[in-house]
Design a protein around this ligand. Structure first.
Ligand code: MN
Length: 246
């Protein structure tokens, strides 16, 4: 099985090296990842200029650094390598939980795989101000997650988040959809021009059964996702309001 690995922290992140280390036990792995950090790039794709891919072996794995977004990396890698079945993205330094999934370049890498008809799995681990994730501790858990998910072919797209400390186990979860509080903190440049730091802060407690609750309780969170954004309840309501007989 050909496994394409990407991330949004950049090709030299320790997180992608840890993922590549484990992925090579499950198939033939190759890295196509951004040459610089692309965190929060979401599903952006480069369309108005060409992209390049330069050879950069990492963790005993064939690797290419791409001057593009995570989605570009997956597009390019799938096209150049061919016969890719699985896209792995991460391990991101920082969680991608709840509504953060809308902005995540890590998840976008896995989603891009699914948009191309492949399977995608995104991995993220929390980073605190004091410490980066302990990737040596997480590697056996990456292996456990891959063993579990590869035995379940119906799961085409899964968002995986690790807890802050050694996991107590794995839990299947739903996406936490709480709103967040948007902040625009004003500041000034050296010439006195106004600028703003944009930030988001979670605004409510995570609900039962959510990704956020699982990692708060020390579990690895596995959230199966789909790409259909349609609000089927609202669509049904609209059809009924029209007297539509479908
Ligand atoms: Mn990132």
């Amino acid at each position: 099985m050909r496994i394409l690995i990407t991330n949004d922290d950049g090709v030299y992140s320790p997180g992608i090296a840890a993922l590549a280390e484990v992925a090579q036990r499950f198939g033939e792995a190759r890295i196509f990842a951004p040459d610089v950090e692309m965190s929060n790039a979401g599903q952006a794709m480069t369309a108005r200029r060409p992209v390049s891919a330069k050879h950069t072996p990492i963790a005993g794995c064939e690797a290419y650094r791409v001057d593009g977004t995570p989605s570009d990396c997956v597009m390019l890698g799938v096209a150049l390598w061919g016969n890719v079945e699985l896209v792995l993205s991460g391990v991101n330094i920082g969680s991608n939980l709840g509504n953060g999934m809308w902005h995540s370049g890590t998840l976008a890498g896995a989603k891009q795989g699914m948009l191309l008809g492949l399977r995608g799995i995104a991995f993220s681990a929390p980073a605190t101000e004091k410490a980066q994730p302990d990737f040596a501790m997480l590697e056996p858990w990456i292996g456990r997650v891959l063993e579990t998910l590869l035995a379940m072919p119906a799961h085409r797209l899964v968002n995986v988040n690790f807890p802050e400390h050694a996991p107590r186990g794995m839990q299947w979860t739903r996406q936490s959809v709480r709103n967040y509080e948007a902040k625009a903190v004003p500041t000034r440049d050296p010439e006195g021009h106004a600028y703003y730091w944009l930030a988001v802060l979670p605004s409510e407690d995570a609900g039962e059964g959510t990704d956020r609750r699982a990692v708060e309780n020390g579990f690895v969170s596995l959230t199966p996702l789909r790409l259909d954004l349609t609000d089927h309840d609202a669509l049904g309501h609209a059809h009924r309001a029209e007297g539509w007989q479908g």
